[in-house]
Design a protein around this ligand. Structure first.
Ligand SMILES: Cc1cc2nc3c(=O)[nH]c(=O)nc-3n(C[C@H](O)[C@H](O)[C@H](O)COP(=O)(O)OP(=O)(O)OC[C@H]3O[C@@H](n4cnc5c(N)ncnc54)[C@H](O)[C@@H]3O)c2cc1C
Length: 473
């Protein structure tokens, strides 16, 4: 069996694990990140609303409320450093009647208590001035100007790349199966390797309760809560900011919202499940979403749907994030929404807990900036010409829906992408109307050429999702 020795082992490479890896890479520590899947951002961090919440939803006094507002305030600088798209759009939560308006007043009170800047209640007409297509039945809206939108998987990938550049080591297909302790050193078995570390950070998403139990902590459990989405084509562009409906005990309510890449989506639904491995969408879920979306925007044309997807929220019984130490294992668990928003603040919280256990010494050199992959689609003609002159592969458009070039695909592969969806999450191939129907075979050829993988070895996404099984002739 192989072995590796580190100061810290982080389990899970979602947005939380990667944000923690980046934060800890600022210090003189050896950090390993163990990820069960073959890439980063394979759990909740790839299938969520991508909203940087302002922070009025969480109960005042909770870690969730505090880290949400802190995280939201950190987004502009973080995304700028990492070259990740982020727009501070503001959001509205809408009501249609007195009951809803009372709820908006409660949310306003929570927002003020949580320190959310500049939130205010608008009348229906004031709200429609900002969002003209908002339903005429909307009578009031809670406006939160600090809310924003981002691309959750591109952020996770950027955090990973930057943490790696600063020395954190990532290991994929490394599912942690066993944890034991010898003296004050953890022994962590993942795949065919035994990792040793003094501290573990548990950032395993919906599996964080299982990781805790491996270390002898059964103080919490995680219930997955499915959220289904409808994603619409770019020509359905209708609204300019996230439009929430009043929340319930199950979540923040169904949204009609833009993505940073100018699609519109509707979602998420909220349904508890016992199965941690099922990401299915359902006809019932879609029907419900269409019906609810029309209450917010009557004119929404749901025939513009190009795909659907589902994510699993990691809901614990504690009604708050679980960020605490258990004998050298620091949990970052139960990180349901607003976990994407809170991730940079959670990383600092974990760092602070760790600094109470061991001395953290800053490195003399640490690189905050990450150079993103050039985005051909949003370049001017002059920029495009220059890029093609330097590298002709940028003159060859492979994904026509999203105008993604061979140069971008090759760069994604160079940075570690090996699957069709890994490339898709990095450069948006297959994200458009045809959903990869036309470009997938061409991208497979590029993966095979660049990596030496046989066509039969190329995966769509996780292990076992081979695109083709054998030549037909
Ligand atoms: C439907 C939905 C909508 C949401 N909307 C928003 C939103 O708009 N804004 C917001 O702020 N938040 C939102 N969230 C919450 C946000 O997505 C999550 O809080 C965040 O992605 C959690 O990140 P994570 O890293 O903790 O978990 P994950 O991204 O799930 O990562 C956990 C990782 O651990 C790995 N892992 C698990 N077990 C093991 C093991 N044994 N060994 C090694 N690795 C393991 C998994 O493979 C996975 O990659 C939403 C969530 C959902 C599901």
């Amino acid at each position: 069996m192989l072995s590796g020795h580190y100061d810290i082992v982080i389990i899970g490479a979602g947005v939380v694990g990667c944000a923690i890896a980046r934060e800890l890479s600022k210090y003189k520590l050896t950090v390993a990140v163990l990820e069960a899947e073959n890439d980063v951002s394979m759990g909740a961090s790839r299938a969520n609303s991508g909203i940087v919440h302002s922070g009025y939803d969480a109960k005042p006094g909770t870690a969730m409320a505090r880290l949400n507002v802190m995280g939201c305030a950190m987004y502009g600088k973080m995304c700028d450093e990492l070259g990740v798209a982020y727009k501070r759009t503001g959001s509205m939560t809408v009501a249609w009647d007195e009951r809803g308006e009372r709820m908006l007043q409660e949310l306003l009170g929570q927002g003020v208590a949580n320190g959310v800047p500049d939130i205010a209640i608008l009348s229906g007409d004031e709200a429609r001035e900002l969002e003209p297509l908002l339903s005429k039945d909307v009578t009031a809206a809670l406006y939160a100007p600090s809310c924003g939108i981002t691309n959750p998987f591109q952020l996770t990938i950027a955090l990973y790349e930057n943490a790696s550049e600063n020395g954190a080591e990532f290991f994929f297909n490394a599912a942690v199966k066993k944890i034991s302790k010898s003296g004050d050193v953890f022994e962590i078995s993942a795949g065919d390797t035994q990792y040793h570390s003094k501290y573990i950070i548990n950032a395993a998403g919906i599996h964080a309760d299982e990781i805790a139990r491996l270390a002898g902590d059964d103080s919490f459990s995680i219930v997955p809560r499915v959220g289904e989405y409808i994603l619409m084509d770019k020509d359905a562009l209708l609204v300019t900011r996230p439009l929430f409906q009043t929340p319930s005990a199950m979540g923040k309510g169904v949204l009609v919202a833009p993505t940073v890449d100018n699609n519109i989506y509707i979602g998420p639904t909220a349904r508890d499940t016992t199965d941690k491995g099922v990401y299915e969408t359902t006809a019932e879920g879609f029907l419900k979403l269409r019906e609810l979306a029309r209450m917010t925007v009557e004119a929404i044309d749901t025939r513009k749907q190009i795909t659907g997807f589902a994510g699993l929220r990691a809901v614990s019984g504690e009604d708050d994030f679980i960020i605490r130490d258990f004998g050298g294992m620091i949990h970052a668990a139960g990180i349901c929404s607003p976990g994407l928003t809170s991730a940079p603040a959670i990383a600092q919280e974990v760092r602070d807990i760790l600094s109470g256990m061991t001395e953290l010494i800053e490195k003399e050199e640490w690189t905050a900036k990450r150079i993103p992959i050039p985005k051909f689609e949003s370049m001017s003609d002059d920029e495009r010409s220059r890029l093609i002159y330097e590298n002709p592969a940028f003159g060859h458009v492979v994904c026509r829906c999203e105008t993604v070039t061979e140069g971008e695909i090759v760069e994604a592969i160079r940075r570690g992408a090996r699957t069709l969806d890994g490339i898709k999450r990095r450069v948006r191939t297959g994200m458009g109307r045809c959903q990869g129907g036309f470009c997938a075979p061409r991208i497979m050829e590029i993966i095979a050429r660049e990596t030496g993988l046989a066509m039969t070895e190329i995966l769509k996404d996780g292990e076992g999702s081979n695109m083709v099984v054998a030549p037909t002739r």
